[in-house]
Every structure is written in structure tokens, then in C-alpha cells.
Design a protein around this ligand. Sequence first.
Ligand code: COA
Length: 143
Amino acid sequence: MSIVWSDDLTGIDWNELSTLYRIAPLGNKAPADLALVFGNSMFRAFAYDAGRLVGAGRVLADGRDCAYLCDVAVHPDCQGQGLGRQIIERLLARCGSHRKIILYAVPGKEAFYERLGFRRMTTAMAIFDDQTSAYERGYLTAS
Ligand SMILES: CC(C)(COP(=O)(O)OP(=O)(O)OC[C@H]1O[C@@H](n2cnc3c(N)ncnc32)[C@H](O)[C@@H]1OP(=O)(O)O)[C@@H](O)C(=O)NCCC(=O)NCCS
């Protein structure tokens, strides 16, 4: 792979990004929603291999205190070759001025983030739009 990096939203093919998330897999994300949430994110990373979008991630941040890392995915053809690590490292470098960088992992992917320096929080909590589904998918536990 010869990766070309971009954080520019100009020219992003939101359908291609939606397909990347679907096949990674990281769920179904509508192209218009991706345009909205990436447009509202302070930091972004897009990885291209020979013009093909093979990796992406983004960070919602306030510029000083809190940064939230999300929507990290690598094309299945390219997984296990260090690209996910590079996406995180690039985004973390952009978050340098923030006091805390927070994420929640897809269940089973925690070790990927632990290798990159993240540690478990003891008091993290969330409200999901579909709490029942969040319980079923392993994101919430009964307190
Ligand atoms: C999770 C994902 C982003 C990792 O990307 P990747 O390019 O395959 O990972 P890398 O090759 O950069 O791996 C970096 C390190 O994490 C480790 N790692 C990768 N996936 C892992 C996993 N599922 N569990 C534990 N460790 C993992 C690698 O062994 C490697 O370790 P090393 O640096 O000590 O050798 C990718 O598999 C993916 O897109 N998965 C589907 C979408 C998803 O689940 N995204 C994460 C949402 S929380």
C-alpha cells in the first residue's frame, strides 16, 4: 500500500465512505449523515490507496478540553497492515492540545485501542437513542 492522506472534505465521495463503513464493518451510515457529522468534526483522517478510500476516522472536539474519537474503520482488504494504527496516531497528533481524548470501542476491539494508549474509564456513561439495542450489542451494562 502507498497511502495518501487527506483531511479535506472537498471532493469526498460520501457514498464511497458509507460503503467503507458498511463493509469494514462499522454499520450502515447514510451518505448525507456522514457529510453532516464529518463536517461538524474538528479533525478528520482519510486514507487513500491508489485513489480508493481505504480508511477513515474523525474527532469531535472543543479545541482545549474534550475530544471524542469515533468512526474509525479500515477497508477489509487493508486490515492488519498497520493502517488503523496510523489513523489513530494521526488523529491523536491533531488532538494534542486537548486534556482528554475519549472513545468507546466496538465490543471486542478494546485491545486495538489499548495498544494505542487508551485505558478503561471507570465511570463512563451514555444515553443512546436506542438503549435496548445498546444493551443487546454490549455497549451498556445494568448498573
Ligand atoms: C479495528 C480496525 C480499525 C483496526 O485497523 P487495522 O488496520 O486492522 O489495525 P492495525 O493493523 O493498525 O493494528 C494495530 C495494532 O492493533 C492490533 N489489533 C488490530 N485489530 C485488533 C483487534 N480486533 N483486537 C486486538 N488487537 C487488534 C494489531 O495486532 C496491531 O498490534 P501491534 O501494533 O502490536 O502489532 C479495523 O480492523 C476495522 O476497521 N475494523 C472494523 C471496524 C471497527 O470495528 N472499527 C473500530 C470501531 S471501535
